[in-house]
Design a protein around this ligand. Structure first.
Ligand code: NAD
Ligand code: DAU
Length: 337
C-alpha cells in the first residue's frame, strides 16, 4: 500500500493531483506537505477534510526537520510539486525561487535517500528547454537552455535529481509539462487572471505583441501523466507532457473574450515581460509510447468548463484577492499548530 508524499499539494496542480490520486486508487494514501505560501490555499482541498487516506502537514521543503516529520507518516514515494512557479515573480526577486526550487529539491532528495523511498518524481517544466523558433518541438533530448530565473531554478533542480539517480541509484523520474489550465489555478497566471478581470469588465494586459505561443494542456491530463510516470516511468528518464494545442496569446485572449461575451476594446497591450520566451511546444510521443498516456481533453470544452468554474467560484477568487485565505490555516488549526 503506497503512501505518497505530495509536496505543494495546496497549489493548483498539486491539489488537482491529490484529488485525482485518492479518487483513482483506493490503495493509495497521500501525505500533503505544503508551506502555504501566497500560492498555497487549504480551501483548494476542503472536500478532503476528514478523508481517511489523506494527511495534511504544514511545512517547508527546505527545512530538513519538516521534511523528516512528513516522511515519518509512513511515506513510501515522493512526488515533488512544491515550487515558486510564476515567471514574473522570479524576475522581481529570484531568491525564493532558488531557495524552494533548488535547495528544497536537494532537501527532499536527501530525505528520499535517508528514508529509502521507492520512487521519486520531480514535476518539472518545459521552460527548462528555453524558447523555440516558429517550427520544431521540445523532445526529451532538447538541451537545457533556461531563460528566466524561474526556469533556471527548475533546471538546477532537474540536474540534482539526475545526479542523485546516477550517483546513489535513487529511482527517480522527471516530468516536463507545458502550460496547464483548469480549476484552482492561482489568478496571476494568464487564463485565470484574464477570466477574473473580464468577469469584472476590466481590461486584460497582453504582454508585447501578444504573438508568443504556448501549448495548453488541461490539468487533468497532466495529473494522469504524472500518475503514469510515477507508476511506469523508468528510473533516470524524462517524460514530456503537452496538449498538442499551440495558441498565440492574443488568439487565446480573443477566445476568452468570446466565451465571456466581452468586446475586444478590453484588450490592453502592455510592456513585454523581460526575456520573454517566444514559443513552447511539446513532443509527447515518448510518454504516449512508454506510458500509454495521451491528452484526452479538448481545449474548446476545457476552456469553456474553466470559464464556468471561475464564474461559479468568484468567492474563491475574491478571498484570494482580499488575502483572506492566508489566515485560513490559523482559523482551522489554531495559530500555534
Ligand atoms: P502553484 O504556485 O500553484 O503551487 C505551488 C505550491 O507549492 C503552493 O501550494 C505553495 O504553498 C507550495 N510551496 C511553495 N514553496 C514551498 C516550500 N518551500 N515548501 C513547501 N511548499 C511550498 O504551482 P503549480 O502551478 O501548481 O505548479 C506545480 C508544479 O508544477 C511546479 O513545480 C511547477 O514548476 C510545475 N509546472 C507547472 C505548470 C503550470 O502550467 N502551472 C506547468 C509545468 C510544470
Ligand atoms: O510552460 C510551463 C510553464 O507555464 C510553467 O512552468 C509555469 O509555472 C507557468 O506559470 C507557465 O509559465 P508562463 O510564463 O508561460 O505562464 P503565464 O500564465 O505567466 O503566461 C502565459 C503567457 O501569457 C506568457 O507568454 C506571458 C503572457 N501573459 C501572462 C500574463 C500573466 C500576458 O500576456 N499577460 C499577463 O498578464
Amino acid at each position: 500500500m503506497p503512501t505518497v508524499l505530495v509536496t505543494g499539494g495546496c497549489g493548483f496542480i498539486g491539489s488537482n493531483f491529490v484529488r485525482h490520486l485518492l479518487a483513482t486508487d483506493a490503495a493509495v494514501s497521500v501525505v500533503n506537505l505544503d508551506a502555504l505560501t501566497y500560492a498555497g490555499n487549504l480551501a483548494n482541498l476542503t472536500d478532503l477534510t476528514g478523508h481517511p487516506r489523506y494527511t495534511f502537514v504544514k511545512g517547508d521543503i527546505t527545512d530538513r526537520d519538516d521534511v523528516r516529520g512528513a516522511m515519518r507518516h509512513g511515506v513510501t514515494d515522493v512526488i515533488n510539486f512544491a515550487a515558486e512557479s510564476h515567471v514574473d515573480r522570479s524576475i522581481q526577486d529570484s531568491g525564493p525561487f532558488v531557495r524552494t526550487n533548488v535547495i528544497g529539491t536537494q532537501t527532499l532528495l536527501d530525505a528520499a535517500r535517508e528514508f529509502k523511498i521507492s520512487k521519486y518524481v520531480q514535476v518539472s517544466t518545459d521552460e527548462v528547454y528555453g524558447s523555440l523558433g516558429p517550427t520544431g518541438l521540445f523532445t526529451e533530448e532538447t538541451p537545457l537552455h533556461p531563460n528566466s530565473p524561474y526556469s533556471a531554478s527548475k533546471a538546477g533542480a532537474d540536474l540534482l535529481v539526475q545526479a542523485y539517480q546516477h550517483t546513489f541509484g535513487l529511482h527517480a523520474v522527471i516530468t516536463r509539462c507545458s502550460n496547464n489550465y483548469g480549476p484552482y489555478q492561482f489568478p496571476e497566471k494568464l487564463i485565470p487572471h484574464f477570466i477574473a478581470k473580464l468577469l469584472k469588465n476590466e481590461r486584460v494586459p497582453v504582454y508585447g505583441d501578444g504573438l508568443q505561443v504556448r501549448d495548453w494542456i488541461h490539468v487533468r491530463d497532466h495529473c494522469r501523466g504524472i500518475e503514469a510516470a510515477w507508476r511506469a516511468g523508468r528510473s533516470g528518464e524524462v517524460y514530456n507532457f503537452g496538449g498538442r494545442c499551440e495558441k498565440p496569446n492574443i488568439a487565446l485572449t480573443k477566445e476568452l473574450l468570446k466565451l465571456l461575451d466581452r468586446p475586444e476594446s478590453l484588450i490592453e497591450y502592455v510592456a513585454d515581460r523581460p526575456g520573454h520566451d517566444r514559443r513552447y511546444a511539446i513532443d509527447c510521443t515518448k510518454a504516449e509510447r512508454e506510458l500509454g498516456w495521451a491528452p484526452r481533453e479538448t481545449f474548446e470544452a476545457g476552456l469553456r468548463e474553466t470559464v464556468e468554474w471561475y464564474r461559479a467560484n468568484a468567492a474563491w477568487v475574491a478571498a484570494i484577492n482580499s488575502k483572506e485565505y492566508l489566515s485560513y490555516y490559523a482559523k482551522q488549526y489554531g495559530p500555534s499548530a
